[in-house]
Design a protein around this ligand. Structure first.
Ligand code: SF4
Length: 425
């Protein structure tokens, strides 16, 4: 298990977080001043949270109209949420008091979650645990890298989660070992980027959907969050990467949206037999079908697919595996890139990190077969950086206790887990 220095762990209790921790319940009584009846768009169904993060410019303008305000007040809301990153409706001081009060009384909130824990690694990587409304914890990681092409400027990557836990149970993954609870809603995805920006006091430049969860099992919210991050938060599509371990029929669906974002496919093995031992869900999605979908994704979007390959000592890191991988990639055409990830050891794992010599031999074998390859720099090893490790320290089981989960939600979560299990078998 990776040792984690207690000196590096600190409860974040800045005034802003303390404010965020204050109960946000606002009595849902009819407003004294509400002169206009609230239209359905301003009064969402019980399932749709009354949360401002995630709403588009147009939706915010409509919301303003629904509250009897001028349309431009919606534009102001947009500025407050996405440019000034204001956390509470009561802090929207450049809006009329009546509008703020009406929003609060109708139950609207910005939708920011408090930081539960923050761990900083020696290399500057920060891992946060955000505490959601239902007390579940999710991980999000901020990775600062100095931009070599632009001295003095920093590239800040947010590695964000799409689910609470993950049902796919890849054998090397701490998140998979922790079980699955539920999908994240779009605002819970977007707010992770804001949380990273707060901690670093710096704009997030890149986003990778490589945190907890399988994004393709929550495609609706992931696409909505992608739209918001691109259009509202103004992060270029090319700066966003969506990763998947492979869920049947979803890569074609994603390709049909013709996003200019990178698709990263977690391959981890050059053949079906070995892949099934590492990624149980591969049983439902033969390697050939996966590779065909990746080729079609490239043809439809002209975006190169990145193949993620976790190197596990003595399992998939031999030169023969590299040669087999090169052949597989050549068979399915160009537009590919391989990203090698020397395994980050996790508690209770049977896998070991490969020696540097083995990693270099793997790289050389791929390069000699004309495959472009990079080795992911290990960041934040002392910050329990492997996905799911930190959350597991505080919440082994993301479902918490029975009383924490309402019956319909429990049924929904069980259904989602079942659907994913079906993928896995
Ligand atoms: S590697 Fe990704 S898909 Fe696999 S269990 Fe972990 S979070 Fe889920």
């Amino acid at each position: 298990m990776i040792a984690i220095s207690t000196a590096l762990i600190h409860q974040v209790c800045s005034p802003s977080v303390a404010r965020a921790l204050r109960p946000r319940c606002v009595a849902a009584v009819p407003s004294r001043n509400l002169s206009t009846s609230i239209s359905p768009s301003a009064r969402p169904s019980p399932e749709a949270p009354k949360v401002l993060i995630g709403l588009s410019d147009q939706e915010l303008q409509q919301l303003a109209l629904d509250f009897g305000q001028e349309k431009y007040r919606g534009k102001q809301l947009h500025q407050l949420i996405y440019k000034r990153k204001v956390k509470e409706v009561e802090e929207f001081t450049n809006l009329p008091l009546k509008f703020r009060t009406d929003l609060q009384e109708a139950g609207w909130r910005v939708g920011r979650s408090p930081v539960y824990q923050s761990v900083t690694a020696a290399d500057g990587t920060v891992k946060l645990l955000l505490k959601l409304d239902d007390n579940r914890l999710i991980e999000t990681v901020g990775i600062p890298v100095e931009d070599k092409n632009n001295k003095g400027s920093v590239r800040l990557t947010a590695c964000i989660s799409s689910q609470v836990g993950c049902p796919l149970r890849c054998s090397f993954c701490a998140t998979g070992k922790g079980g699955f609870s539920r999908n994240l809603q779009r605002h819970e995805i977007v707010e992770q980027v804001f949380a990273i920006e707060d901690i670093f006091n710096h704009r997030v430049t890149n986003v990778v959907f490589m945190g907890m969860g399988e994004p393709m099992l929550n495609m609706k919210s992931v696409l909505e969050a992608h739209r918001c991050l691109n259009k509202d938060v103004q992060i270029g599509q090319r700066m966003i990467t969506i990763s998947t371990v492979g869920v049947p029929n979803t890569i074609q669906r994603l390709a049909s949206h013709k996003l200019q974002s990178t698709l990263a496919v977690s391959l981890h093995a050059p053949n079906q037999k070995l892949r099934e031992t590492i990624v149980p869900s591969a049983k439902a999605y033969p390697l050939e079908a996966l590779m065909k979908d990746c080729r079609d994704y490239f043809l439809q979007t002209s975006r190169r697919v990145s193949f993620e390959y976790a190197l596990l000592a003595g399992v998939n890191d031999a030169v023969e595996h590299a040669v087999e991988l090169a052949k597989l990639l050549h068979e399915w055409g160009g537009g590919y890139h391989v990203n090698l990830i020397p395994f980050n050891p996790i508690e209770g794992s049977e896998y070991q990190r490969p020696y540097k010599k083995a990693v270099m031999a793997f790289v050389a074998a791929l390069e000699s077969h004309k495959i472009t390859v990079s080795v992911r720099q290990t960041r934040g090893l002392d910050a329990n950086a492997a996905c799911g490790q930190l959350r597991n320290q505080f919440q082994k089981n993301p479902l918490l206790v029975d009383s924490d989960i309402s019956q319909p939600e429990a049924a929904e979560a069980a259904e989602a887990a079942e659907a994913a299990e079906a993928v896995a078998c």
